[in-house]
Design a protein around this ligand. Sequence first.
Ligand SMILES: Cc1cc2nc3c(=O)[nH]c(=O)nc-3n(C[C@H](O)[C@H](O)[C@H](O)COP(=O)(O)OP(=O)(O)OC[C@H]3O[C@@H](n4cnc5c(N)ncnc54)[C@H](O)[C@@H]3O)c2cc1C
Length: 557
Amino acid sequence: MTDCAVPLRTGPLGRQLQASAVNTALSTPTTTPAGQAPTHCDVLVVGGGVNGVGIARDLAGRGQRVLLCERDDLASHTSGSSTKLIHGGLRYLEYYEFAMVRKSLIERERLLRGAPHIMSPLRFVMPHNPSMRPTWMIRAGLFLYDHLARREVLPGSTAIDLRGSPIGAPLKKSFTKGFVYSDGWVDDARLVVLNAVDAVQRGATVLTRCACVDARREAGTWRVTLRHEDGRTQELSARALVNAAGPWAAQFLADHAHVPQHKALRLVKGSHIVVRKMFDHDHAYLFQNPDKRIIFAIPFLGDFTLIGTTDVEHRDIGTPAHIDDSEINYLCEQASRYFERPVKPADVVWSYAGVRPLLEDGKGNAAAVTRDYFLDLDTRQAPLLTVWGGKLTAFRKLAEEVVDLLAPAIGLKQPAWTENAFLPGGDLNAWIGAAERPDTDFERFVLALVARYPKLAPPLLRRLARGYGARVNLVLGSAEQNADLGAEVAPGLFEAELKYLHQHEWARCADDVLWRRSKLGLFLTAAQREAVAAWCTAHWGLMGTPAPANGEAAAWS
Ligand SMILES: Cc1cc2nc3c(=O)[nH]c(=O)nc-3n(C[C@H](O)[C@H](O)[C@H](O)COP(=O)(O)OP(=O)(O)OC[C@H]3O[C@@H](n4cnc5c(N)ncnc54)[C@H](O)[C@@H]3O)c2cc1C
């Protein structure tokens, strides 16, 4: 196993930051060749969404032999289909979820420090008029939001005059005032992959396209059957099992683990649309709808605006989640109540849908169901821990609580360690020296990268900086110019990056690369996406059967 005793250093913000995970392991491939998976582990984690990989990372960092299996691609379900906000959730204050909001608010700046490449602060504008929640209520909510947890980086909330301001410019002229507050944006799919990379660097094994099809308790241990995508099965024993199957958590218990269920999940689909950019500034909008729901309109990847989300009951977990026409119409209508230029269904260039695994709390209204999580530990025989619910924002804390809860049952003594640790690529020290502020640190990093690779295009370097942070050297190596990166398979996508993604990030087919490891799919035509698919098949074979696409590109390209 990898040595995880990494040194501590202190940043100017007075925080102790753990040096990047095991730098010596940077160039070691992370993916496990077929047939080399272990036949015994301490803990088997089922599910490669944000919760599963977060738990695997935490456990591995505490010296456990961990195996994680994900039956599709990492982040190919809920965790790659979110609104991508690292937030407390202002609206949850209306449901008196103070503890949950506080927990998430604390996580915001932690993640920002540990992963300044994939996460960034984001200011939200809430246009206001008298038909909405009263001003005093919004002011009170924002005051609480500002003060429930300590902030060092994110600015507090303020009122704003929208008249004559660039922030008000894209809105209907009837919106003259509003409020501005802070939260964060994260690349959700990369958050998942980076946790998996860190887990592996700390000794875990991560198997993708590998389902846990059977798990039985026998003589104080779990006897497990895994099935790989080629149909091959593999037997395994594990001392403990963590069920992090997200929306499939209940189904996994009933169908595969043969354990009677005590809890129920409320499955609520949420969909998003992506349109060409509706505005030219870097703030996002929170729009209040007449049905008391809210939607966000968020600047997305420079050229686009992301609009979402919906709350639709999803009764059959066996049916893949897809956006409905009624959801597209709803999102367009609500956004058009605010934007001067209406949003039309024909404007949609991409859309995606995911299913929230919410704890059933008997609330009628799907938007009101708690976003908090519950951890269920069953130690009657070999330990089984099931994760019910959760939020992307709280994944690290959730993982820590899972491991703390499991620790006595598996004789684990090592303390929690992730609070001040970097995610892979997040430690920019080697490029820019000591960390100052995560947002400005990232810009300094981009400048350093452009200076180091003067012959490579700055937009390419910025994209790679966002995706890979300090690990960018694994993609670029000693390249000086484009030709050193191999063939340009599609505009801005070179063979060097594809090879890196295959070797270190479990990419097995074009969808993994274009829609999860990156969002390059949005910038390419259908023919260019085909070229990437052809390259992947030619170089990686047909092993990469596409994971169920959680997105749908419109015919525009
Ligand atoms: C529309 C929407 C917007 C959201 N926006 C936000 C947001 O902005 N901020 C925020 O904090 N949270 C947000 N959330 C919530 C957040 O995305 C989820 O709480 C989180 O991603 C759940 O992660 P998970 O790991 O539990 O589930 P998943 O990501 O679904 O992972 C579970 C995995 O288990 C795998 N699996 C299932 N059965 C098996 C098996 N038998 N063997 C192997 N693998 C198996 C599945 O393939 C799946 O990949 C949003 C959710 C939705 C739906």
